[in-house]
Design a protein around this ligand. Structure first.
Ligand SMILES: [Fe+2]
Length: 291
């Protein structure tokens, strides 16, 4: 038996945690111990600081519920959610990149016909999003499912509104030529929840707690890589400081302002509206994955 010293402790612990049959768990634990010990050796916490860290983690778990996930928020603001997303969706240049799903997606959104309005009665500037779903070789992808969710023009998601009806979300399908069109309202930037331990931590820094205005999309079609992503409004004041690091350059789009008149879906509006044009480009799955 080797008795521990400050110097040999990491090696002793690593050795003990080698006794694991599951090879992946063994790999994870070896790396975790190595990095956690290295972190503690680096910062040399006082006992009071370590107790404070444990208390913060405890409260982060305790405030989490079915409706609120403070742990995910912690992962988000540390950039870890985006790192996991990037590792799992390495797509070629030209394909629409992924970004984090975030906590506001609600399944089973209503089906809305092509050109329909998913923001009926919602505050905000009317916005038409039009484009095509296509493959990397340019082929149209008909019948792709576009599942959208976003804030209304006051920066609130459905879960933040007192509503029993679907709010600011809907499912659309690409047409025979791969095209899609929909009406919504312009989203606006919003703050991450700041009333919990993560907000407390972010507040003790000079880091912005805002996300730039965006529309969430999940686009999927048989035989293609499913893409969970956002489109961000070009020129948003928070575009360079997204608190969850979700912004990728190809996802920044121009919200073209029109003073009124005929819209891309054939309506005529007597008020200003935006037009966003964006083609979703999907990567084909390898045959074995598609089967
Ligand atoms: Fe969002």
């Amino acid at each position: 038996m080797t008795y521990v010293t400050e110097e040999n402790l990491t090696d002793v612990v690593m050795k003990r945690w080698q006794d694991i049959d599951n090879p992946r768990l063994k790999q994870v634990m070896q790396s975790l111990i190595k990095h956690v010990h290295s972190f503690v050796r680096d910062i040399e916490p006082t006992e009071a600081e370590w107790a404070q860290a444990i208390d913060w983690l405890t409260r982060t778990g305790q405030i989490s519920s079915e409706k609120r996930q403070e742990m995910i928020l912690f992962s988000d603001v540390m950039g870890v959610s985006m790192l996991v997303d990037s590792i799992n969706h390495r797509l070629p240049t030209g394909a629409t990149p992924t970004t984090v799903e975030g906590p506001f997606h609600i399944p089973n959104s209503p089906d809305i016909a092509n050109g329909g309005n998913m923001a009926e009665g919602a505050p905000g500037i009317p916005t038409y999003v039009v484009g095509k779903v296509r493959g990397l070789d340019g082929e149209p992808v008909p019948g792709a499912l576009l599942d959208l969710w976003q804030t209304d023009g006051e920066g609130l998601y459905e879960s933040q509104r007192d509503t029993s009806e679907p709010w600011m979300r809907g499912k659309f399908r690409s047409q025979g030529d791969g095209s899609y069109a929909l009406r919504t309202v312009a989203p606006i930037g919003y703050t991450i929840p700041m009333d919990g331990p993560v907000g407390e931590l972010v507040s003790s820094t000079n880091i912005s707690h805002m996300r730039p205005a965006h529309i969430h999309f999940c686009v999927e079609a048989p035989g293609y890589h499913r893409v969970v992503t956002h489109l961000f409004q070009q020129g948003d004041e928070y575009i360079d400081s997204d608190v969850v690091y979700g912004v990728k350059e190809p996802l920044i789009v121009d919200f073209k302002k029109k003073s009124g008149g005929k819209t891309p879906t054939g309506e005529t509006l007597n008020e200003p509206f935006y037009v966003v044009e964006y083609d979703f480009v999907l990567k084909k799955l390898a045959k074995a994955q598609a089967a």
